[in-house]
Structures are given as C-alpha cells and as structure tokens.
Design a binder for this molecule. Structure first.
Ligand code: TMP
Length: 236
C-alpha cells in the first residue's frame, strides 16, 4: 500500500491518502490537547501505545460482532483503515460518574451506576462540542434515526466487551468516547480510536488514574500511566 498526500491533521492523528480510494492511513502523534485545544503538550510514546491499543481492541471487537474501520497495522504509529465520513457525534458511555458528568450534575466522581448511560456531543470545535440529543441530531441531519439506533446498539456492545476485557487486566472502565463513520455504501462502522486519550481507566485495587486525566489535571507520571495500560492490555 502506497502512502500518498496528507488529507487531514487532527489534534492527535494525521490522515493520509493511499493508492486505494477506499483506504486511508492514520498516523498517531504524541501531541496531546485538552479543553478544546486550550491546553497543549506532548506525551512521549503515546502515539505508539494508542495505535497498538486501538488496533488490538478493534480486532477483538470485530470478532465480537462490532464492525470497525480497522484494516491493517502498518508500523508502530501507522494503520490502514477503511475510508469513512465521520458521523459528527461523539458517543459517550459512562459506567461511573466522573469528568463533565460529575461537574454538570454537582456530584462526586466514583458513583457506580446501575446501568450504563449514553450521551452525544455534536463534534464541532467552533461550538466546543456541545451536548446534543437524538432529536436534535436527526433535525440537523447529522445522522438518521436508524443510524443513531445502530450506533447506540454498537456503543453498548463495545462497553460490555471493554468492561469485561479491562477487568481481566485489573482496570475499571469508568467512561469512554467513541466515533462512528460511514463507508461509501452507507455501512456504519466504529472509527477513530480507543485509548487512554478517549477512555477513563482506574486501577481496580488502588483507584489510580491510568489515562489522559493525568495530563488534563496535571497529576504527573502521564507517560507512566500510558505505559502501564500498554503493559496490562498488550503485555508490553
Ligand atoms: P467528559 O467527562 O469530559 O465528558 O469525558 C467523557 C469521556 O470522553 C472520557 O473518557 C474522556 C473522553 N473524551 C474524549 O475522548 N474527547 C474529548 O474531547 C472529551 C471532552 C472527552
């Protein structure tokens, strides 16, 4: 597969065209941002860990019946994926109160929910990714009703799989964000990444945060947290 021109540069990844119009290459960076790009930094080695962790989990999710954009890992930081148009919704599942949920509703972090919750943010940096409900997303034609139902079904299936897989590694899955894409034939697939950038991982025994909250909140040992997650999940 031939890597061609850069199509896009996001906060954490670059996307390149290939000689196949249906395949693009994502290239994971060590750049980290928070609060809609206001806080900037570097997490050394993050791109490698996020690439490998995402691919490991997407391979397993495919086996579990969730279609993904994953095609082939090409190098430490590069992966071939199916070309999609991203559905402009951030899909957030929560098992335990934390982050913006705790802040918005004035509750402490760490309340374990009886059932997981789901919410959507409209993926729009200029607007600061505002919270949006299904009806508004449909009204704005961000997705159809059927697509949203499918996305919800897949998102809860991802939660069931991830929660179980992580627990086996001594990690509590607090919450996470997913993005979905549409193939040229309209098929909805899981896209983007599943990594410490996009999930909250707490050590089961100690409650230690092993994710990007260490960067967002200046907790220190950011690289160590990413490395520990790679060790637990990938054995490296
Ligand atoms: P929140 O509590 O800040 O809304 O975050 C919920 C989850 O979504 C958390 O696991 C981190 C992830 N997330 C992203 O992946 N990207 C983002 O831009 C934000 C704000 C959160």
């Amino acid at each position: 597969m031939q890597k061609k021109e850069q199509l896009y540069e996001g906060k954490a990844k670059k996307v390149f065209a290939t000689d196949d119009p249906n395949i693009v290459i994502v290239d994971y960076k060590d750049d980290a941002t928070a609060f809609n790009g206001v806080k900037k930094g570097t997490i050394s080695g993050k791109g490698i860990i996020n690439n490998q962790m995402t691919n490991h989990l997407m391979r397993k999710l495919e086996e579990a019946g969730v279609p993904t954009h994953f095609v082939e890992e090409l190098s430490e930081r590069e992966t071939a994926v199916k070309k999609v148009s991203i559905v402009p919704l951030e899909v957030i599942i929560r098992n335990i109160s934390a982050g913006s949920f705790a802040k918005r509703y004035g509750v402490e972090e760490g309340i374990v929910f009886d059932e997981p919750t789901i919410e959507f943010s409209y993926k729009n940096d200029d607007l600061g990714d505002p919270l949006i409900n299904d009806y508004h997303a449909i009204a704005l034609k961000l997705a159809t009703k059927e697509e949203i139902e499918l996305i919800k079904k897949y998102a809860f299936a991802v939660n069931d799989f991830l929660k179980k897989t992580l627990l086996e590694c001594g990690i509590t899955l607090v919450d996470f964000k997913l993005e979905f894409g549409k193939l040229s034939d309209g098929t909805i697939v899981l896209a983007d990444e599943i990594s410490p950038d996009t999930c909250r991982f707490w050590d089961v025994k100690t409650g230690e945060k092993l994710d990007k909250d260490r960067f967002r909140r200046d907790l220190g040992n950011v690289e160590g947290a990413y490395q520990e997650m790679a060790r637990r999940l990938l054995g490296k």
